[in-house]
Design a protein around this ligand. Structure first.
Ligand SMILES: Nc1ncnc2c1ncn2[C@@H]1O[C@H](COP(=O)(O)OP(=O)(O)OP(=O)(O)O)[C@@H](O)[C@H]1O
Length: 169
């Protein structure tokens, strides 16, 4: 149930999509789907997908400058990352995030985490290096049960290089 205004082929490679609990098993997730889990709360009756689109995403830089992380707009956020996650992300995950310096959310995180953590489908549309990966990983951590040994979330990325980056984060 993706937003009908966004087709799976019209988005550039760097965009990530989070499909939180597909409600239609006959409709496969698009190739660019970044993560999927069947255990997000409220997924069975979640409203249609939300498209989070950072204004800066319409001004894509040349490929050379997109290939390295951008300076993040984190300091201007009103709430801390911990506050935005509002008790839905395990404390040890937030503590680890703070230990490595993730105190304030980036713009795309600030906008998307309330939606993601409520269990809704969400498409994140923002420049490379804007913090999309951490946003959907926090949503995954809020949904999985670390006591279970079965696979509960799947992150699919289009290149091996991106897979390594996600794993490092
Ligand atoms: N809230 C934050 N505070 C500080 N640094 C952050 C924050 N969120 C992410 N970062 C760092 O910013 C860098 C870019 O983030 P990330 O890889 O999540 O961006 P992205 O939008 O997913 O990029 P891409 O489109 O290339 O996959 C990473 O090095 C990450 O560690």
């Amino acid at each position: 149930p993706l937003s009908s205004s966004v087709s799976s082929t019209s988005l550039p490679r760097h965009q990530h999509r989070l499909l939180a609990g597909s409600r239609n098993p006959r409709r496969p997730a698009p190739m660019a789907a970044a993560a999927s889990t069947a255990t997000l709360s409220g997924c069975a009756r979640a409203p249609p997908s939300t498209l989070i689109s950072s204004p800066s995403s319409t001004r894509l830089a040349p490929f050379a400058s997109r290939s390295r992380p951008r300076r993040l707009r984190a300091a201007a956020a009103a709430a801390t990352l911990r506050e935005v996650c509002s008790g839905r992300v395990p404390d040890h995950v937030l503590q680890r995030a703070e230990d490595v310096g993730y105190i304030s959310p980036t713009e795309v995180q600030e906008q998307s985490l309330p939606v993601l953590l409520s269990g809704q489908d969400c498409i994140l549309h923002a420049q490379t290096g804007s913090g999309k990966t951490l946003a959907y990983l926090l949503a995954v951590f809020s949904a999985i049960d670390v006591g279970r040994s079965s696979v509960q979330a799947l992150v699919i990325v289009p290149t091996r290089e991106l897979g390594i980056q996600v794993r490092l984060l």
